[in-house]
Design a protein around this ligand. Structure first.
Ligand code: PFF
Length: 559
């Protein structure tokens, strides 16, 4: 997190080539808002209710796996991972990260795939069918997805802003200080604290708006449209990251960054906050605990192979995370050496790390500065888009499942509400809100969902029923190790780390924020998620009853 005092800069300038920025942004916003407006009209006046719809399906298993990988590989790998690792002891982080991947990430991925494929429903239906009160957990996961997408799209909005400022990268990123000023002052217009909003900044507003229009248009196009987009948004950023990686590894000083990234810092491992952050990062990175993987897998037929698909998704994401880490930290090492500072010092950027230090490092390259700058921000955008639309799909599919809305109707409702709720993030206090909400949702809400999902499948549905059902079409069979993990190990570790971190959290508020902002923004968000989950799970619709009964029958037969 930036030093809240040190980031006050002189008034912002709009940045580079303002005329070009404005023309392109306005044209894009104008064009896309017309299509949104038309959609709203159609929705309000023309659309009639319909009987229960046929569930859409992915074209084949490869597209499904590609969609899941697209959701998993995202900003979490290049934006969130480096600063969370840096906040939690740098090299200390990789060990708990891998432990978390094995003990919680992969088992939960199997649970979510299993629930989605077998129940053909969103998280609320899948969990509600096991026991009615678990509907609440389903909605809690879905509304957490809704919440993180609100700020996730803002980060993509920043990225658009950066893309438009690429022409002058060599100037604004010339030094660490000027790059910091560019991000905090020219892009974010940051204020002194979470209650100092000042105003909604039009560049941030436009970035947020474009992001929502793009992901809304993609989701509205249906699974076949999504499938086509994925063919581009999944492989392309991987190639771009490989290019950045080769560039990073061939720079002088790369080894300084890699040493920081790869050497474990053992004493840090006794800190439960580091462990909770590692579990949170694994959930964020694999997109588990949000109901997203339940939704995506519910678009596959009931006899789909499952454990191997879960393993492919998890390992692809894990390899990509590791490579992205190498690409980022090698360039940061180069920067540390070139500017005669230490890794500890340059990695203190919080959520700004990838947006401050990386461009500053690129600006020190001997040649092709703008090219690599462009490559980096396009990579971020492509990585983030398919994750953002998976989050939108999670919420929109749940509404369709519950209220029988069409895809167009539910995605439009969710996109419009989310965009409006994202406006505080486009003010001068946006970064503080993002940081606090991200911390509380990721550390507590998702961990809570993960614990209950393990208990629901391990104890209530029964691990035996679940494994037998999953193994019917499995390429790799799951057995006693999986059962032991979901019944004892995973919920045990998660409960322990969550409670110990909560105690520490009460003693020292997160990142030194004022207690009132922690309570109102952090705890307030968690309470709102809980309240709306309760309301949505108590409101009974015809679909809820029918779908849950149908799924329940299948689960009983399996048992
Ligand atoms: N996994 C995505 C990333 O690493 O950026 C973020 C994300 C997508 C989290 C979908 C949760 C989710 F359901």
């Amino acid at each position: 997190m930036p030093n809240k005092k040190a980031v006050r800069f002189s008034p912002a300038s709009i940045g580079v080539s303002p005329f070009l920025n404005s023309v392109v942004l306005y044209a894009a916003v104008w064009y896309m808002s017309h299509s949104l407006f038309n959609q709203l009209l159609i929705m309000l006046y023309l659309e009639q209710g319909s009987d229960m719809r046929e569930r859409e399906h992915w074209k084949n298993r490869s597209i499904f796996i590609m969609a899941a990988i697209g959701s998993a590989i995202g900003l979490g790998n290049m934006w969130r991972f480096p600063y969370i690792a840096a906040q939690n002891g740098g090299g200390a982080f990789l060990v708990p990260y891998f432990v978390a991947l094995i003990t919680a990430g992969i088992p939960l991925m199997i649970i979510e795939y299993g629930l989605g494929i077998r129940t053909q429903g969103s998280a609320n239906i899948a969990l509600g069918a096991i026991k009615k009160p678990l509907r609440f957990i389903g909605w809690f996961a879905i509304l957490s997805a809704f919440t993180i997408n609100i700020y996730y799209c803002m980060v993509l909005g920043w990225t658009w802003n950066f893309l438009f400022d690429m022409g002058d990268l060599h100037q604004w990123a010339a030094t660490a200080a000027s790059s910091k000023k560019h991000f905090f002052n020219d892009i974010l217009h940051i204020s002194g604290g979470p209650w100092e909003f000042r105003k909604i900044h039009w560049q941030l507003f436009s970035g947020l708006f474009i992001t929502w229009l793009v992901i809304w248009a993609i989701i509205k196009s249906g699974l076949s449209g999504i499938g086509k987009i994925l063919l581009f948004t999944v492989p392309f950023p991987v190639i771009l990251v490989l290019i950045l990686l080769v560039r990073g590894l061939t720079l002088d000083g790369a080894s300084t960054g890699l040493n920081y990234y790869l050497s474990p810092n053992w004493p840090q491992l006794s800190n439960s906050k580091v462990w909770l952050a590692a579990y949170g990062q694994v959930f964020f990175s694999l997109s588990v605990g949000f109901g997203t993987m339940i939704t995506y897998s519910s678009f596959m037929p009931r006899d789909t192979e499952l454990p191997n698909s879960a393993a492919i998704t998890s390992f692809s994401n894990c390899c990509f995370s590791f490579l992205a880490g190498l690409a980022i930290f090698s360039v940061l090492g180069y920067f540390a050496v070139a500017s005669n500072t230490t890794m500890q010092e340059i990695t203190q950027g919080g959520p700004g790390l990838a947006f401050v230090v990386y461009p500053a490092a690129l600006a020190k390259l001997p040649i092709w500065i703008k090219f690599f700058g462009l490559l980096f921000f396009i990579t971020l955008l492509l990585l983030g888009i398919d994750s953002a639309f998976s989050l939108l799909e999670t919420v929109s599919a749940a509404l369709s499942d519950k209220f029988d809305f069409t895809r167009a109707k539910s995605s439009t409702i969710v996109a419009v509400i989310s965009f409006i709720m994202g406006l505080p993030f486009a003010t001068s206090a946006g970064l503080y809100w993002l940081d606090i909400i991200d911390h509380f949702v990721m550390s507590y809400a998702i961990t809570f969902v993960a614990i209950i999902q393990c208990i629901a499948v391990g104890w209530i549905l029964g691990a035996k029923t679940f494994t037998t059902e999953v193994n019917k079409n499995a390429e790799i069979k799951i057995g006693p190790i999986f059962t032991f993990m979901i019944k004892f190990l995973t919920p045990g570790i998660l409960t322990y780390t969550m409670i110990t971190s909560l105690i520490e959290e009460i003693k020292t508020p997160y990142e030194g924020y004022p207690l009132n902002s922690i309570l109102a923004i952090g705890i307030g968000t968690l309470s709102l998620i809980a309240l709306f989950s309760l309301i949505l799970s108590c409101v009974n619709t015809k679909n809820d009853e029918e779908r849950e009964a149908e799924v329940n029958k299948i689960l009983m037969e399996a048992g």
